[in-house]
Design a protein around this ligand. Structure first.
Ligand SMILES: C[S@@+](CC[C@H](N)C(=O)[O-])C[C@H]1O[C@@H](n2cnc3c(N)ncnc32)[C@H](O)[C@@H]1O
Length: 396
């Protein structure tokens, strides 16, 4: 038995899951729950160790991972030419055939290179030259749907070369065929829900649901559907070591983890057009029987009885203009106090001043980024009694 364990251990590798700023701890928890080992938080990333099954599970289950990289080489460079030479010395034939396609994503900071595009170009030249010299033919570039996606990260003199096991970014879950205005990324939406501590066992409301991202992510969490439920392709499927039986096993095991819950998930929006987008996306996800949708102003929403959580992404006035944004936030505070007793409410906004106008003492305030916009994700506790007490004795 000990021998078997040793054999399994030898298959372990280090991986790097990338995420958005502010979601690192959530991603660490997700990876630990999957059985990943030596999980460590880095800047906008989490490193972990595991075997191939853990790699497949990380891609399939992690709601807050953007992509999962497998580092294959690290080296230092003192001049530009070193980069080409060292990249060419990597045994690329272990990872791809010359008739396949590749794409290279590069990021640089404080390095001798000043353009990441140039780095990708030089890396492509090095790989192509190696194949041409050894085999007479060379892989070509396909930026949209490559057979192998390579990630290069250069910090000062240190170069990290990784293979991207995800392929397309994992925020592309596969259910979003229609966008409303300013949709949230699926990874940010899932991260917001998990940060709120909602466990999928109480009612869920988004009263400005737009294209329905928060509703769909909430339902997937409640029913324990894997993040990749609706996705057909991952980068690792084109790797020479792809184990389709193991992949089928990972998917089968996920079926056993699904659960039924007796909760209400309610989405509403004032815009019939946006609500239509939500309806289509929810149908794409096969969740139309589980989520109730309504065209309504948020002021008119009476939620199902608490306990429950409202999580919403109101207009910030950045991409969506509203006549009186500040009044909108004051009115949100009033509607929360009036109609949402027994709920927790979480709002994300880049307008920090407007969030103060909600007029409720926050129980939590977390910095997150919606695209480039620095936002405060702010939680309020509308506990029983808060209506009459507020704002004299806000919860601490
Ligand atoms: C930033 S978008 C939400 C995007 C959504 N999270 C998504 O992923 O697609 C804000 C939404 O608030 C809605 N909205 C604006 N004013 C509203 C109001 N008074 N009542 C309800 N919804 C409103 C807009 O129609 C828009 O869909």
């Amino acid at each position: 038995m000990a021998g078997n364990n040793n054999h399994l251990k030898s298959l372990n590798r280090t991986y790097l899951a990338k995420t958005a700023a502010g979601l690192e701890e959530i991603l660490r928890d997700e990876l630990e729950n999957l059985g990943a080992e030596n999980v460590a938080i880095l800047k906008r990333a989490v490193s972990f160790e595991g075997d191939k099954a853990i790699l497949y599970k990380a891609n399939y289950h992690c709601r807050t991972a953007l992509r999962v990289l497998m580092p294959i080489e690290q080296f230092t460079i003192n001049q530009e030419e070193d980069f080409y030479t060292k990249l060419k010395s990597i045994a690329w034939e272990k990872y791809m055939q010359p008739n396949q396609t590749l794409a290279i994503d590069s990021t640089i900071s404080n390095s001798i290179f000043s353009h990441s595009h140039f780095v990708s170009q030089r890396a492509k030249d090095a790989i192509a030259d190696r194949f041409r010299e050894n085999t007479g033919s060379r892989p070509s570039v396909d930026l949209d749907n490559p057979d192998l996606r390579i990630n290069i990260h250069i910090y000062k003199e240190t170069v990290n070369v990784s293979l991207d096991s995800s392929g397309e970014s994992l925020h592309k879950r596969g259910y979003h065929s229609v966008n409303a205005e300013a949709p949230l990324s699926e990874v940010l939406a899932a991260g917001m829900i998990l940060l709120s501590g909602w466990n999928g066992q109480t009612n869920f409301v988004d009263w400005m649901c737009g294209s329905g991202t928060l509703l769909i992510e909430a339902a997937m969490i409640a029913f324990n559907l894997p993040a990749g439920q609706f996705r057909e392709e991952y980068g690792f499927m084109k790797w020479p070591n792809y184990d389709s039986e193991l992949w089928e096993k990972v998917k089968r095991e996920a079926l056993d983890l699904q659960r039924d819950v007796d909760i209400e998930i309610l989405g509403s929006d004032i815009s019939p057009k946006n609500l239509k987008a939500a309806e289509i996306n929810i149908r794409n996800a096969g969740l139309h029987k589980d989520i109730v949708l309504k065209v309504a102003d948020f002021r008119d929403i009476t939620p199902p009885d608490g306990p429950g959580v409202l999580i919403s992404n109101p207009p910030y006035g950045e991409r969506i203009q509203v006549d009186d944004l500040h009044n909108l936030y004051r009115e949100m505070g009033n509607a929360l106090k009036r109609n949402f007793v027994g709920y927790k409410a979480w709002l994300i906004s880049s307008d920090h001043f407007a969030l103060k106008l909600v007029g409720l003492k926050p129980m939590a305030r977390i910095t997150l980024y919606n695209g480039q916009l620095e936002c405060k994700y702010t939680g309020f506790d509308l506990y029983q009694g808060s209506k009459k007490d507020y704002p004299k004795q806000p919860p601490v």
